[in-house]
Design a protein around this ligand. Structure first.
Ligand code: BEZ
Length: 249
């Protein structure tokens, strides 16, 4: 996340991620005194909520700026790769809120989660699901193509579907207790441009400021008829959420 927008955006962004986290907490069903690992803790909202419920939380994130933000919010976050993080202790549960779709190797994340859990332990995950921000991604793809840039090699996201996720979880020894995919339009109170600057940074790598501006304008123009409401003057992003609870057999 670029430093200039991070400070302004993080709080607003975490506002809606925080809204998602209530559903995740419901399926996680944390119990006072449990040892819970927050994998991909981001700015630390979920960890703080769990701490306030008397849980022993270990918080991990692979992005230095996120670890810094979490620490500033009072969470003793550890900088480590979510898919390879090691610990001597076994956890009662692992939770992950809106981090999995950023990981290149989702198999390793699941495999590692299985290794880190005690027998009977829970894995509760919420992430972007298949089809998430489809319209925005289409706009990005077209804008890249028109500049002769390959979309795939710059795409930082993998949005898993229900069937694939069940197959991966079961093949790693988990039993799926619940899984669902939900359409979840999110109003972008700071507009789509800032969202792109924060989340779609990898697509504009190596571009000059002018090139970036023109790229963002093209994406915005593509999305406008579908994601902008002229009456309310509000942008909405076409988020899709995937949420599941699995247990270690
Ligand atoms: C997110 O992490 O919130 C996110 C990133 C890319 C697309 C959609 C959501």
């Amino acid at each position: 996340m670029p430093a200039i927008v991070q400070a302004t955006y993080c709080n607003t962004y975490s506002d809606f991620i925080a809204k998602f986290q209530n559903d995740l907490i419901t399926i996680l069903n944390p119990v006072r005194g449990e040892k819970i690992l927050d994998l991909g803790c981001g700015t630390g909202n979920l960890s703080r909520e769990l701490l306030s419920r008397g849980v022993y939380v270990t918080s991990v994130d692979s992005t230095p700026s996120m670890v810094k933000a979490a620490k500033a919010a009072g969470v003793d976050a550890i900088l480590a790769d979510e898919a390879t993080f090691e610990s001597d202790k076994k956890f009662d549960a692992i939770v992950s809120n809106f981090a999995l779709h950023w990981l290149d190797d989702q198999f390793s994340f699941i495999k590692n989660a299985y290794r880190l859990l005690r027998s009977g332990g829970r894995l509760a995950v919420e992430c972007g699901g298949s089809g998430c921000v489809r319209i925005i991604r289409e706009g990005i793809k077209l804008a890249l193509q028109s500049r002769g840039i390959d979309y795939k090699s710059r795409n930082p996201w993998k949005f898993p579907g229900v069937d694939d996720t069940v197959a991966v979880l079961e093949s790693h020894g988990f039993r799926v207790q619940s899984i669902g995919r939900y359409n979840c339009p999110i109003e972008l109170s700071h507009g789509i441009r800032l969202w792109l600057e924060v989340f779609a940074e990898s697509y504009v790598e190596g571009m000059s400021r002018e090139e970036r501006n023109s790229f963002y304008e093209d994406v915005e123009e593509y999305c406008l008829p579908m994601l902008y409401d002229k009456k309310t003057q509000a942008w909405t992003a076409d988020y899709v959420r995937l949420r599941f609870l699995a247990t270690k057999e």
